[in-house]
Design a protein around this ligand. Structure first.
Ligand code: ATP
Length: 374
């Protein structure tokens, strides 16, 4: 929507943070177009919270610059940055009712009574809770508390809303519902949301763009679809979505594809990840997603062999029922357990103990040269 002249609510330029000898964030650069939903996804300890705290102003960076709406905010205290933050524990005031909670920030900013009343009622309408103003916090459901925590920030018209794993404390069902809710709220307010999480399903469902963070650095920034289908690194391929993974050595390569011998001694063909050149003799990791592997009874395998240029035979170890699309775990002759997705129809379905063949295309085998690290 803003392709010709993009404006950025937030720009981070080579931002870094050291705690003594711990390099929590190692020079990260990114910008976030106005009005988008951006997630930072990574495992525990990768530096997400530290990055967020620098954006909010609770930590000073060791290096780099942070700009909000084009202006550097280095040295500007949190309360003078137009950034608000929703914490996992929400931090609502339990002794105040909903109205007072939302009005609090406006009062502190010195606004008059009428203005505050208008703003509070307006924000309650926008979060679709127009009738809860007089409720006490303990009278709200978990989902309503989440929305009030967001309303309390949004009533102050921030340039950027930071959300630090706000769904972490919710039960699974409510978390699922709140993912959709948060996305809708972000659209409704048309404000930039930056969401940090270690839960990929949250990031993929809600975000316009996601940064995958690992050991203080961004591995890749992309749309959920790009990260899932075109990961740039083995870490991203393994972290985003489910994958079968093999390690091996390249035996023949034309640069963009070729053959690998896996550590189990099995041949496998692959195509290289985006922009990569894979050379003969390289140690590689290969990732194949379960939904791209077809499972057929071995007796019927010859008929579909043309579909894929990779095939492994095995025995069904177990079936994890999940409605129409279920996961089948196949034990191969070399003892590996391979996961593939099957569509169950209830009629002549596969069963544990059956001999099956797994077939997939080299185009679905994402291959990455191994980074030999310390
Ligand atoms: P989690 O998902 O578990 O919250 P995270 O990705 O948010 O993790 P951070 O909390 O940013 O990670 O921590 C990144 C690294 O910096 C970790 O190694 C952590 O131990 C270290 N760290 C964070 N804060 C401090 C601090 N105040 N002093 C020293 N080390 C710190």
């Amino acid at each position: 929507m803003k392709q010709d002249n993009p404006t950025y609510d937030l720009e981070c330029l080579d931002i870094a943070k050291n705690f003594g000898s711990v390099r929590a964030v190692k020079g990260v650069s990114f910008d976030i177009p106005s009005g988008s939903f951006f997630s930072i996804l990574g495992p525990s300890g990768c530096g997400k919270t530290t990055l967020m705290r620098m954006i909010a102003g609770f930590e000073e960076p060791s290096g780099g610059d942070i700009k909000i709406k084009g202006k550097s905010v280095l040295g500007v205290p949190p309360n003078r940055r137009n950034v608000k933050m929703v914490f996992q524990h929400l931090a609502l005031f339990p002794m105040m009712n909903v109205y007072e909670n939302i009005a609090y920030g406006l009062r502190c900013a010195g606004f008059g009574k009428d203005h505050i009343r208008r703003k509070v009622h307006d924000v309650l309408e926008r979060i679709a809770l127009p009738d809860v103003a007089e409720r006490e916090i303990h009278q709200l459901s978990g989902g309503q508390k989440q929305r009030i925590a967001i309303a309390r920030c949004m009533v102050l018209d921030p340039d950027v809303l930071l959300l630090d794993e706000p769904l972490g404390a919710l039960d699974l069902k409510l978390r699922e519902a709140m993912k959709i809710e948060l996305k809708l709220l972000q659209h409704q307010f048309n404000t930039t949301f930056i969401y940090i999480t270690h839960d990929q399903s949250e990031a993929l469902v809600m975000s316009d763009n996601v940064a995958i963070m690992n050991q203080g650095e961004f591995e890749q920034i992309g749309t959920p679809q790009e990260l899932y289908h075109r990961p740039n690194t083995a870490f991203v391929a393994g972290f985003v979505g489910d994958s079968n993974r093999w390690s091996g050595t390249v035996k023949a390569s034309d640069g963009t594809g070729g053959k690998v011998e896996t550590e189990q001694g099995l041949p496998m063909s692959f195509s290289a990840g985006a922009g990569q050149t894979i050379r003969d003799g390289a140690k590689v990791d290969i990732f194949v997603r379960p939904e791209f592997i077809r499972t057929v009874r071995t007796a019927e395998a010859a008929a579909i062999a043309a579909d894929g240029d990779n095939r492994m035979d095995g025995v069904i170890d177990s079936l994890l029922f999940n409605g129409a699309n279920s996961r089948v775990l196949v034990r191969t002759g070399s003892g590996e357990l391979i996961e593939s997705d099957v569509t169950l129809t209830g009629d002549n379905d596969l069963k544990p103990g059956e001999d099956v063949s797994l077939v997939w295309s080299s185009k679905q085998a994402m291959c990455f040269a191994r980074q030999e690290s310390a």
